[in-house]
Design a protein around this ligand. Structure first.
Ligand code: RIB
Ligand code: CA
Length: 311
């Protein structure tokens, strides 16, 4: 089977780190590059974290530094209450030797897409500043994007405000650019990621695997579970970002509904909301496949398989 070529655009972040882990050694995915954006923490920290995860896992994947602030809004929102001061609190890494590439992430996205046969999937798991900037800087990349599978949004409750999910809220203008790009979008929102809670029994299951990836998983999720319980009361943290990668590994994993999704970039109260018109009340052409359900057992089997790919 031909490998699915992807660019993972992320803001590590505990769940981003698991997404890197899942994609990194998969026989079904060709992880061309990792582009990093400010999100869970400031850009210097999210970049550092991406480099540490790749170095620890022995992934020879190029990492590119991207945008450090949203396209337009002044306020930079980060999530130390969830991911800690480093953005990846919990694991202890050895001294960092892996370096980021010289090229800016936005230029890497543009150059890679323009040189491709239109067979690259973009997987944003953080605020979509890098992707949106690439689209605006070079609209010629649009027909070259095979599809976009993103973690973000919610047609139900948000997690930063009652209305908005973090990745969208941090840069709602960027999300608007992406959702109006005309490219095929699969939106993996909180609606399904809140169904894959990394319960203590899951941490224990993955901890039985005797390799470095399992140890990283346990160290990451032990911290992530603690903060998510403190803030949301979850028995386990929703493992948001890896759902994107898992859905590429098993196209039957998600149940999606095609609909028109609009990003609220105007209001105060609901700024950053993904308004998913699941009942087609607005009679607008659909622009997204919104995930409405997930095969939970299958997801954890995929995670277990991804961890076992490491020595
Ligand atoms: O709302 C959850 C999303 O925001 C995840 O991608 C998490 O890593 C943060 O980026
Ligand atoms: Ca993320």
């Amino acid at each position: 089977m031909e490998k699915r070529k992807i660019i993972l655009d992320c803001d590590p972040g505990h769940d981003d780190a698991i997404a890197i882990m899942l994609a990194g050694k998969s026989s079904a995915i060709d992880l061309l590059g990792i582009t990093v954006v400010a999100g869970n923490q400031t850009l210097d920290k999210t970049l550092n974290n991406a480099l540490h995860v790749c170095q620890y896992l022995g992934l020879d994947v190029p990492v590119y530094k991207g945008c450090g602030q949203p396209m337009i809004r002044e306020k930079q929102v980060i999530a130390p209450e969830i991911h800690g001061e480093s953005g990846l609190d919990g694991p202890q890494f050895s001294a960092l030797t892996k370096k980021a590439e010289q090229q800016h992430a936005v230029n890497y996205i543009i150059d890679t897409l323009l040189a491709s046969d239109g067979d690259i999937t973009l997987v944003p798991t953080g605020p979509m500043t890098n992707v949106a900037m690439a689209m605006r800087l070079c609209p010629d990349i649009l027909p070259k994007i095979r599809e976009i599978v993103l973690m973000g949004g919610s047609y139900q409750l948000g997690n930063m405000t009652p209305a908005a999910e973090f990745n969208i809220l941090v840069d709602a203008d960027a999300a608007h650019v992406v959702f109006t790009s005309g490219r095929k979008i699969t939106m993996v929102g909180l609606d399904v990621t809140r169904k894959v809670l990394c319960l203590p029994s899951v941490v224990e299951r993955m901890g039985q695997i005797d390799n470095k990836a399992a140890k990283l998983f346990v160290d990451l999720m032990t911290f992530f579970n603690k903060t998510q319980k403190e803030i949301f009361g979850w028995a386990g943290a929703p493992l948001h970002d890896p759902v994107t990668i898992a859905s590429l590994l098993d196209p039957t994993l998600l149940t999606t509904k095609e609909c028109f999704t609009q990003i609220d970039i105007r209001s105060e109260q609901s700024y950053g909301r993904t308004n998913c018109d699941l009942f087609n009340m607005l009679k607008q052409p659909p622009n997204s496949f919104v995930a409405v359900d997930i095969n939970v057992a299958r997801f954890w089997d995929i995670i277990e398989g991804g961890i076992k790919n490491y020595s």
